[in-house]
Design a protein around this ligand. Structure first.
Ligand code: MN
Ligand code: MN
Length: 386
């Protein structure tokens, strides 16, 4: 029996034993197995830093447009997820491009913007975004982003690959600028001379007039819309979770079907609020502090423990399966953290619930504590507290 046949056979019998049809199991997301592989960075005596001061880092700047990125280059631990903080001035745009190595998820922090995206089935969508809205572009889908109105806009981009970089980004001007005019003329039915005035190198940020608020029907491209939207109004919904310690909005594939590889979260921590100790079995976690100051702890087994303080504009990263917590470091100001996971399906195990799941006699022996104390442990998931 060949290796593949043998594996197929074994899988089939396992499924049958579990009472599952093969399609049901195949529909499950593939597990994130990066945590299985030895990683010199994570296998040392000390945990490496998991914080990067993104907004204090050097930006790519063109006029009032700027981009700052956090990849494995800036934050080596962040192998599973990269991020960019981008600002566009009125009339500014991030030119037509696609990413060969990552899907793109975004959260609009300030201002308004418009995206246009095309998919491989030839369907297109133009959407306008306000603060609190998110988008998702599957890997390789062509898109552009424009600032809307007379105020600048600021958004955080998240990519499901920490090795994402400009080398994985393909821009229209870069491509057209390096293709011979003869070929372009044939391709686009224009005279060859027309292409002599096109940009020769990548423009990256382009600038034009402030876009019209409404796209005139005659300016609409004649493509059909996709069956599921690239846009979701995350903060326009009620938070899914509200506690004395704060509140959380969480949006994954279940509510935003196109977002198959990213789950996004906005976590508001009240003064002194704590997102309790927990871990994520299936995904890495990327963090961007929108406002306030938070203390993040990281537990990496073998006695390795690290705590770092994050200010607004800092980025953090928690590898799959590592224990962690997030606490508002201020006793009088709230904090807001943007969190993204590289899975469309959210999973977490929280310390309080884990303890509550075990018999008291077991916890007494394991922790060497009397029943009187063990009885006082929470009997439910705490999630957020203060
Ligand atoms: Mn992009
Ligand atoms: Mn977490």
């Amino acid at each position: 029996m060949s290796e593949l046949t043998r594996r197929g056979f074994l899988l089939g019998s396992t499924l049958a034993a579990a009472g599952l049809r093969e399609e049901e199991v195949m529909a499950q997301p593939a597990p994130n197995t990066t945590a299985n592989q030895p990683d010199p960075l994570l296998d040392g005596e000390e945990l490496p830093t998991f914080r990067f001061a993104l907004e204090k880092s050097e930006a790519k700047v063109q006029g009032g447009n700027s981009a700052r990125e956090a990849t494995v280059k800036q934050l080596p631990i962040s192998k599973g997820i990269a991020g960019v903080s981008m600002r566009l001035e009125p009339g500014g745009m991030r030119e037509l491009h696609w990413h060969a190595t990552a899907a793109e998820w975004a959260f609009v922090v300030e201002g308004r913007c418009r995206t246009t995206v095309v998919d491989p089935e030839g369907r297109a969508e133009t959407n306008d975004f306000d603060p609190g809205d998110i988008w998702y572009f599957p890997r390789g889908h062509g898109h552009s982003i424009q600032c809307l109105g007379n105020k600048p806009c600021h958004f955080i981009l998240v990519f499901d690959n920490g090795y994402f970089s400009e080398f994985g980004t393909f821009s229209i001007t870069d491509w057209i600028g390096h293709t011979p005019s003869r070929l372009l003329a044939k391709n686009l039915s224009l005279p060859e001379e027309a292409f002599t005035r096109f940009p020769k190198n990548e423009v990256y940020f382009a600038r034009g007039p402030v876009p019209p608020e409404q796209i005139q029907p005659e300016h609409r491209r004649v493509l059909n819309p996709p069956p599921v939207s690239h846009k979701f109004r995350m903060l326009a919904e009620e938070p899914h979770s509200l506690h004395s310690g704060g509140r959380e909005w969480r949006v994954g594939q279940e509510r935003f079907p196109i977002s198959t590889t990213i789950t996004g979260v906005i976590l508001d921590l009240n003064p002194g609020g704590l997102r309790e100790l927990h871990w994520h079995p299936n995904a890495d976690e990327w963090q961007y502090v929108i406002s306030g100051r938070v203390r993040v702890t990281l537990f990496g087994a073998h006695g390795r423990y690290r705590e770092e303080t994050f200010d607004a504009g800092d980025v953090g990263y928690i590898p799959t399966g590592y224990g962690h917590s997030i606490e508002n470091a201020s006793n009088d100001k709230p904090a807001r953290v943007l969190i993204a996971f590289n899975s469309g399906h959210y999973q977490a195990i929280d310390l309080s619930l884990w303890l509550a799941a075990n018999p008291d006699y077991l916890l007494m022996a394991n922790l060497g504590q009397p029943e009187a104390l063990i009885e006082k442990l929470p009997r439910r998931r705490v999630f957020l507290t203060k």
